[in-house]
Design a protein around this ligand. Sequence first.
Ligand code: ZN
Length: 342
Amino acid sequence: MGDGEIGMAGRGKGRWTKGAALALAVAMTAGCSAQTGLEVLLNKGDSTTASSSAGGRSEELLGDAAKGGQPGAAQGIASTDKARPEDANLAAFEPNGATNAPHSGGASGDAAAATPPVKLENPTDGTAHFAAKQGDKLIALTFDDGPDHRYTPDLLEVLKESDVKATFFMVGTQVKKYPDMVKQIVADGHGIGNHTYHHANLAKLNENEIIQEIKTTDALFQHAVGFVPHLVRAPYGSVSDLLKSIVSDNRRELVGWTVDTKDWDGATVTAMRSNVNKNARPGGIVLMHSFGSKHLRNTVKLLPLIIEDLRAKGYTFVTVDELLAAKAQNKKAAQAHSKKMG
Ligand SMILES: [Zn+2]
């Protein structure tokens, strides 16, 4: 729900700390592109600011619009501040005691001091092994808020037919209801990420609450598929410094997006297709949804079209994990290069 806000390039110099964010830079550092030849330079976690100018790293595209950033300055992608109507539905999902949050409120009062802070376990999904080839134009398709039994199976079918691997950022309430779909997503080779338990606005939560949101969904993933993913996507793209530090302290990666299809908001297939084609670029991440809106039948229709379009433009579809691996690889190559060049 509600990832309808997008944090686009150009805001927040130094907003993202090392390892805390998925920062995608499209342009190479001046002077290095010819040597490394990679079209995709994915600068892991550095604090580049956006610029459309040639030369330096061009864009940092993050899903954290909620922090007062202006929308879409670099590419003119519209942003929206309105909450998704479906959010109310999701918020109504009761946690059903699966959470048993030990920090819950100050009810225990004097016992609070004796309660150790809630901590996250380390993620157990390992790191993707992915070697980008020279000239690769990588792009990742992502689906938030599911899974469900209504749209997710159809999306998986399209992905399978097209031999495309995507990444699903799932909310705990849905993981709990449809562990079978989580299993299928993983069995089909897609990446998965934690999108909190309640689709919570993490920027408004304290440390224990943030950790609990992630931890509860971790446990559900562990139960469903036997591992805990390291990718985290903040609902609404709403990010605080506290969240960033929790994520990086716990070996997680915060993942934003670069193209918001606004599928949840009833965008037409034609409009979404045009948006994706216009704004796709190497290293990009496309945001769609697999649950949470009555409009998602359009997403099912859109998916094969954009796969075809982007393939025709030479894009290779990768999971977000693979994109991060390529980013790390390119960073290494750039460092080796600059060392060599003195
Ligand atoms: Zn969401």
